[in-house]
Structures are given as structure tokens and as C-alpha cells.
Design a binder for this molecule. Structure first.
Ligand code: BGC
Length: 255
């Protein structure tokens, strides 16, 4: 018998969900994805989330999730979204957790997307049982961060918004979006990433850094050997399921 929770991953371009076995951290249904509506206003996003979740539930009518969790690409405190770097600004100050709960007619626990991805790595991935400080970074449209000490999350660290290398937000310089927009070679991109990781190393002295998001697919062949940072760096294990798994696990622990 599975212990199942619903995991929802809300991003700037896609909204994904699946049912997750929260003991093993694996998906027990297919992942359903719909494009994020544009503009990504709270009402439009909540309606798409409901649609995605209906599709997931319809694909496994016999599985009853005992909790539901959702990620959001912004600061989330007490269910309220407090920033909106890559989504519609109407989310700032929105009671997002409540709105999603109403749309799904169930209690939903909301957390930052990188925090969810980090939890998935700590629970089921490369950071499992790693003592001390672990820093998980997601490199995609933006840069998300999740900071742990002995497996305990310090939420909403927002290290992608550190001012660095002459940029107000380092994510404008070292995210996957920046790499693509500027047509950077992997060599140049790895050099930027390395400078940023060395900066984070000086600030946090972590035992391990984990890289997730789009870039993690190319970590082994294009990035790893070019990094000079002393902290061990690993690619995330859960890849594009990390948000869904992390959200479901978080909700099952807190729900
Ligand atoms: C947001 C973070 C988010 C990250 C990755 C940043 O721009 O401020 O909250 O975790 O993008 O989506």
C-alpha cells in the first residue's frame, strides 16, 4: 500500500502535478503538465492548477492522497507569496495557499520552489543523510536556493538575488536563462557559475552543494571538471520531478 500525497509544481512556464509515494519519493502516476497561463495572474494560475490536478486524480481514481503540497517560484511565508520575480506581480501579498486550497477544495501547503527541490534531495536524493550545511541551487529561469543544516531547512534564502559581479541579482548573470540569452559557451558559463559558487562557499562553508534545474542535465559533461570551488558539488538526483516530490513530501510531513 502506498502512502500517497499530491505534489504540484507551479513555474513561470509550466504547471505540473503527480501523485507521489512519500515513503520512496517516487511518482505513482504520470506527471501532468499544462502551460502556465499568461499573464500568470492568481485567478488564472489557480484555475490551471485545478485542471492539472483533476487530470491527475482522474488517472488514478483509487488512490486517495492524504495531503497536497505546491511549490511557487517566490518567497512564501505563512502561505502568502511575498515576491514575484518571474511571475505576474499580482502575486505579491497574495494569500496564495488559501486561493489554491479553495481552487482544489482541499488543504494545500505552499512553499518556495527551490526549497521543495532541496527537500526532495535531502529526503530522497544526493543530500540524503549529509550532516552539516547543504546548499541546493536550482539553475533555470532564475536561480533558486535552499539552505539546510543537518537536514533542517532555512526557508526562503533567495541567494539568486545576491548582488554579484555588478548585477543586482546574480540570477541575471549566472542562471540558465542568462546562459541562453547571451549565447554563452559552457566554458564561460561554468566560469561564472564557479565564481558564484566560490562566493557562496566563503559565505556558508557548506559540506555539499547540489545543482538542480535545467543545467543539471549537463553537469557531468560540461560543468563538473571546470569548477575550482573546493566544496564538493553534485548534480541533483531528482531532476524535473524534484519540485513535485518535495512539495508532496513536505505536505505529508506537515499536513
Ligand atoms: C525567485 C525564487 C525562486 C527562483 C527559482 C527566483 O527569481 O525569487 O523565489 O526560487 O527564482 O524559481
Amino acid at each position: 500500500m502506498h502512502e500517497v500525497a499530491l505534489g504540484i509544481d507551479i513555474g513561470g512556464s509550466g504547471i505540473k502535478a503527480a501523485l507521489v509515494d512519500v515513503v520512496t519519493g517516487t511518482l505513482v502516476t504520470d506527471r501532468v503538465r499544462l502551460a502556465t497561463p499568461q499573464p500568470s495572474t492568481p485567478a488564472a494560475v489557480a484555475a490551471t492548477v485545478a485542471e492539472v490536478c483533476d487530470m491527475v486524480r482522474a488517472s488514478a481514481p483509487d488512490l486517495e492522497p492524504r495531503a497536497a503540497g505546491a511549490t511557487f517560484p517566490a518567497v512564501v511565508r505563512d502561505g502568502v507569496t511575498l515576491s514575484a520575480a518571474n511571475v505576474d506581480s499580482a502575486w505579491i501579498g497574495e494569500h496564495a495557499q488559501e486561493r489554491l486550497g479553495q481552487a482544489l477544495d482541499t488543504r494545500v501547503l505552499l512553499l518556495n520552489d527551490a526549497d521543495a527541490a532541496g527537500l526532495a534531495e535531502v529526503g530522497f536524493g544526493v543530500a540524503r543523510d549529509v550532516p552539516g550545511v547543504v546548499l541546493v541551487l536550482t539553475l533555470g529561469t532564475g536561480i533558486g536556493s535552499a539552505l539546510f543544516n543537518d537536514g533542517e531547512l532555512v526557508p526562503n534564502t533567495e541567494l539568486g538575488h545576491l548582488s554579484f559581479a555588478g548585477h543586482d541579482s546574480v540570477e541575471d548573470w549566472a542562471s540558465d536563462r542568462a546562459r541562453r540569452a547571451e549565447g554563452l559557451s559552457w566554458k564561460r558559463f561554468a566560469r561564472r557559475l564557479d565564481a558564484y559558487l566560490q562566493h557562496l562557499e566563503r559565505l556558508f562553508s557548506p559540506a555539499l552543494m547540489v545543482l538542480g534545474g535545467g543545467v543539471s542535465k549537463r553537469f557531468e559533461d560540461k560543468i563538473a571538471e571546470r569548477l575550482k570551488v573546493e566544496t564538493p558539488v553534485k548534480a541533483a538526483a531528482l531532476r524535473n520531478e524534484a519540485g513535485i516530490v518535495g512539495a508532496a513530501w513536505y505536505a505529508s510531513l506537515r499536513g
